[in-house]
Design a protein. Sequence first.
Lengths: 330, 333
Amino acid sequence: MSGDGQISAEAAHGLHLLREMVRIRRLEERCIELYSAAEIRGFLHVYIGEEAVAVGAMQALTAEDNVVGTYREHGHALARGIPARRILAEMLGRVEGCSRGRGGSMHLFDAAARFYGGNGIVAALLPLAAGLGLAERMQGGSRVTACFFGEGAVAEGEFHETMNLAALWRLPVVFLCENNRYAMGTALERSESQTDLALKAASYAMPAWAVDGMDVEAVEAAVREQVAIVRGGGGPCFLEARTYRFRAHSMYDPDLYRTKEEIARWRERDPIDAQAARLRERGALDDAALAALEAEVAAELDDAVAFARAAPLEPVEDLERFVVTEAAAR
Amino acid sequence: MTETAPAATATMSFRAALREALRDALRADERVFLLGEDVGRYGGSFGVSRGLLDEFGPERIRDTPLSESGFVGAGIGAALGGMRPIVEVMTVNFSMLAFDQIVNTAASLSHMSGGQFHVPLVVRMTTGGGRQLAAQHSHSFEGWYAHVPGLRVLAPATIDDARWMLAPALADPDPVVIFEHGSLYGWEAAEPGPGPVDLERAAIRRAGTDVTLIGSSQSVHVALAAAEALAADGISAEVVDLRVLRPLDTATILGSVARTHRAVVVDEGWRSVGLSAEVAARIAEEAFYELDAPVARVCTAEVPLPYAKHLEDAALPQPERVVAAVRAMEAGA
């Protein structure tokens, strides 16, 4: 840290990236605890290990841009600015949750944040993102739609349909493929004849490349570059972020399909540790600062858990609300 | 001395009525656009959108690749993004490729997001048999869509409904699926009235006192032909056109059955676990004591529709089968 207590904008941004990743990591750890205590039920897919992708990418977006995510989206929701209170209340099935308790872990939504889920059908969100881009293009706006999806989606027909449509119509969409190497338990090389994912996207005539998804600053730089292309009218882009999930696919998964050694090797590249080390090298972080950051995040999550637990449930008589749009929202 | 030509009654085809509805919608609202396979240069696989490309241009009459899931999903996204897309899917059979998008996304999003997101999307598709198109272009899956909360499902059977159902469908903030029977496109009848029409109620297309025939889409015409034949025998049949398959207007059905005390459901879907089963169940649940005979059903034989005309005719509901069902009912009484 500099002697006069001032830190540079660059150092402050580096710390912000670290903080955002720590917030996600600790949120996910709370989710696991709450799941183990049977306060969260259903499917729970945590993002531990992949934090650099969502955090890096969100830096490149404005509040006006659209975000579309998968069922492993807690981190994206938090990094997009949805309060931890509302995320946890949703997972506890409360009316104060960001989907009024109707979505749960896999279906976080927030219209104000332009956060379009929380989508549980692998690859089905890709055409939706293209459609958001189409609407933007037809209305002459400058919004970019960021579409996050896992590498498992690449095997679905909708991936190919959407790459083609988006490139054909030059839609303003950034396709962010989070390649964590496993579609549930099936390794990429066991399910794809061509494992170079950027090559697949490039075959649809769009800029496409890969980035180290364990390096938050590299992800941010790559997404900024792609967003600039897209916003400048260059059509869609595809980014493969090479990452890894440290935990099992979901809380139901006994994780039998990969070795402990493989997981340990990837844990050595923990994106949070890497960013902390980088900041220490730059003199922007020391033990005291890290401890303070952790304490702040812990306090935020203590508050969020308490809020979620105290939040009311939706009255059962409101079960059928929102199946169709209510008159007030028309 | 010149002869005065007899005053010609102006007519319009079902196809032209659908086209005029599209034209109105595109003129009325800049957010409305049509997308689907061959809707533009080709003029629509069944000719519904012919001429619209010239008037509205390729941005709004948008040809798509053969990717049903992709372009229906893009329609959903465009609806979320503030547009009012009309997606044309060539046939209901092909819509199976987009069923996930319609059911898991379009129909679910409002509820799943706690009422934050709405999908003002219209999906039009051709349905039904009778044109010797065999098993992959002829089926009637309306019942599958009508099963799903979050969708409104429409089946126009008249020139008026073909002409006037689209505007209120576009005004609906939620997804609407419209089924256009392939055998009706070329049908000509008197020009439509001035509109509008509602998207709530079933309609009584022929009043009668002895039996209620209930159908939708082309089955309404089968029922009307059967009613004509029954009238010659002194049996007065009332014909109910469901029009709106979801939400189903049970009140109109029950009101008719309360007057006639007999009901035959005519449906081009298969009998098992289909739309006809739902209608029959509602009558059984809510009008059981009004009935003088068990509810009868005339549906498509439980086969993938065959090509050969005599086999296809035998598989589909025909007026004679409806007449026979009514006679069997009378005989059993």
